[in-house]
Design a protein around this ligand. Structure first.
Ligand code: TEU
Ligand code: CA
Length: 554
């Protein structure tokens, strides 16, 4: 694999609305991110992915852009943004912009003009079709529930929105639309960003042969045959020649498409590996089956590692702004603690790939279970609630479902200290701070040796160790102890270099046998392990592991 600067990226995702408010309006902003750059340097990251900050009516939290060339005033100004890039650059951090080109906001001027004249020039910027009598053109569903078609006024035309009704899909078949978007991407690249995280990018092409009646209700808009032509052209005309780091948010390609998407000459530098995100004990399928779920996740995770090795580096992510927090997806409440959080993070972090952390993960922020539906804010969450009621579930049960499944859990404001509102703002924030901010916050973890934050810092240091860096990035991942259901263990190997990662995912202690003699313990989540490399194993090689213990050694 040809070396690229982003292979050694340690990424960190910021959801700016909930990161830090600096101008006392209860909404996180860009200067708030700039103010914390030194914290991020201290943590050890070098790439910052910032969720959308373009002008937006915020129907989907900025993923509905109404002006690609402006910063939303709630986040600050263009000067603020440029200053962030500059200050980050001074500290060796490159900023990735979250870019949404599958759709715009319904308040984008292109869409306004399209609504005035659906058959005119701007009508052709969107996916607009004639309805069938009083029905939409076909049975396509939106990802957030309901029809993907919305009627345009009292005409017989409908526009397509695969997400919320406020996010009309752009018509990528129109070369003029593509050129407008490429020019826009280039303007951002000229401002000195490190690259993009391309939102919903595998949905650009729609398949009109598919009427939406099939088994997969989203096949009409997901990796549709021919999308590659758009992706290739976009790359060639924008970031391709610029050595930029571009992450594709791509779900569910066929295994034989891996190199085409993320190989050396792929459309993207990398794509997220969502494997660990998809497994959740809270869903009805895995209820009461945590152990089985963790094993199933492990097996799939290793299959992905095997398929990818030598061909591409995927992005390892355990948390993001679209899912509940990791420990709560993998364990019952009583086991959501320092051990599960640290073990899960490291389990993912040392796999082959490019690791990304999500804000608050490093201090172990948790899901905030709400008492009332109106404490939620997000459209997709409300849709899930309505859908549950439509299925005949009671209001209490529907709320309980949101408390487990809502994607908003990870969006509560960052807990910096134990002052009111967790130091996020000095007034009531746009979204409630989790009341556990008095115990869980950065200030009380920053200098404590036994804190999760210190663990994360050490974890990043281990990944950046000069003599191990190539091993972590380019090494092969080989599972072992696979017959033990509750052990996730893998070897990383590159030529003569080797290191091992062992996780006891069980909430009970257990014992394993490792024939090799352990020379050095690189990281562990129980105190004293590191100083005890010699007596970690008995003379036969047995190691007793504590509940949810993690050990990394060579
Ligand atoms: O999410 C995209 C997304 O969720 C789909 O691409 C996904 O394949 C599908 O929902 C699977 O269930 C991104 C953002 O991360 C999210 O916050 C936005 O709401 C969404 O795009 C729309 O822009
Ligand atoms: Ca603010």
């Amino acid at each position: 694999m040809k070396r690229k600067w982003w292979h050694s990226a340690i990424g960190y995702q910021v959801y700016p609305r909930s990161f830090q408010d600096t101008n006392h309006d209860g909404i996180g902003d860009i200067p708030g991110v700039t103010d914390h750059l030194d914290d991020l340097v201290r943590l050890g990251i070098n790439v910052l992915w910032l969720c959308p900050v373009n002008r937006s009516p915020m129907m989907d939290s900025g993923y509905d852009i109404s002006d690609y060339d402006k910063i939303d005033p709630s986040f600050g100004t263009m000067e603020d943004y440029e200053r962030l890039i500059e200050e980050a650059g001074k500290r060796g951090i490159r900023v990735l912009m979250d870019m949404v080109v599958n759709h715009t906001s319904c308040e984008h001027p292109w869409f306004r003009k399209a609504m005035e004249d659906p058959e005119g020039e701007y009508g052709a910027y969107y996916v607009i079709r004639k309805g069938k009598k009083d029905d939409p053109p076909n049975g396509w569903r939106s990802f957030f529930g309901g029809s993907a078609w919305e009627r345009i006024g009292d005409t017989n035309f409908y526009y397509l929105h695969i997400f919320t009704v406020g996010q009309p899909d752009l018509n990528w078949e129109n070369p003029q639309v593509r050129q407008e978007l490429y020019d826009m991407l280039n303007r951002w690249l000229d401002r000195g960003i490190g690259g993009f995280r391309m939102d919903s990018i595998n949905h650009l092409k729609k398949n009109f042969e598919d009427d939406g009646e099939g088994e997969n209700p989203f096949s009409y808009c997901t990796n549709v045959e021919g999308i590659g032509e758009f992706l290739r052209e976009m790359k060639d005309k924008t970031y391709g020649p610029r050595n930029s780091f571009v992450i594709g948010e791509v779900n569910g390609i066929r295994p034989d498409q891996l190199e085409e998407y993320a190989g050396e000459n792929g459309y993207f530098s990398t794509m997220f590996d969502f494997t660990c995100m998809r497994y959740r004990i809270g869903t009805s399928f895995w209820k009461e089956k945590g152990r089985k779920m963790r094993k199933a996740c492990r097996d799939e995770m290793f299959r992905v590692q095997e398929k990818v090795w030598g061909k591409a580096l995927l992005c390892n992510v355990m948390e993001n702004h679209d899912t509940p927090r990791a420990a709560e997806r993998f364990y019952q409440q009583e086991h959501v603690n320092f051990y599960s959080k640290s073990m899960l993070a490291a389990m993912d972090f040392f796999l082959g790939g490019i690791p990304f952390l999500y804000q608050g993960q490093e201090i172990g922020m948790t899901d905030y279970k709400k008492d009332r539906i109106d404490q939620f804010k997000d459209f997709a969450t409300f849709r899930l609630y309505e859908e549950s009621l439509e299925q005949g579930i009671s209001k209490e049960e529907a709320l309980a479902r949101l408390n487990v499944e809502s994607r908003e859990h990870a969006r509560t404001p960052v807990q910096w200290d134990d002052s009111p509102w967790g130091g996020f703002s000095d007034r009531i924030p746009w979204f409630d701070v989790n009341p556990n901010y008095r115990e869980i916050n950065l200030a009380n973890q920053k200098t404590r040796e036994d804190s999760l934050y210190t663990f994360f810092r050490e974890m990043i240091q281990v990944r950046k160790k000069e003599e191990l860096q190539d091993l972590w990035i380019y090494g092969e991942t080989k599972p072992f102890l696979e017959n033990l259901e509750e052990i996730i263990a893998y070897e990383r190997r590159l030529g003569e270099r080797q290191a091992w990662v062992v996780c006891n995912t069980s909430t009970e202690k257990t014992e394993i046998l490792i024939e090799e003699r352990i020379r050095e313990i690189l990281l562990g989540n129980y105190p004293d392990r590191r100083s005890q490399a010699e007596n970690c194993q008995d003379k036969d090689g047995r190691i007793s592991l504590k509940p949810m213990e993690l050990l990394i050694f060579c």
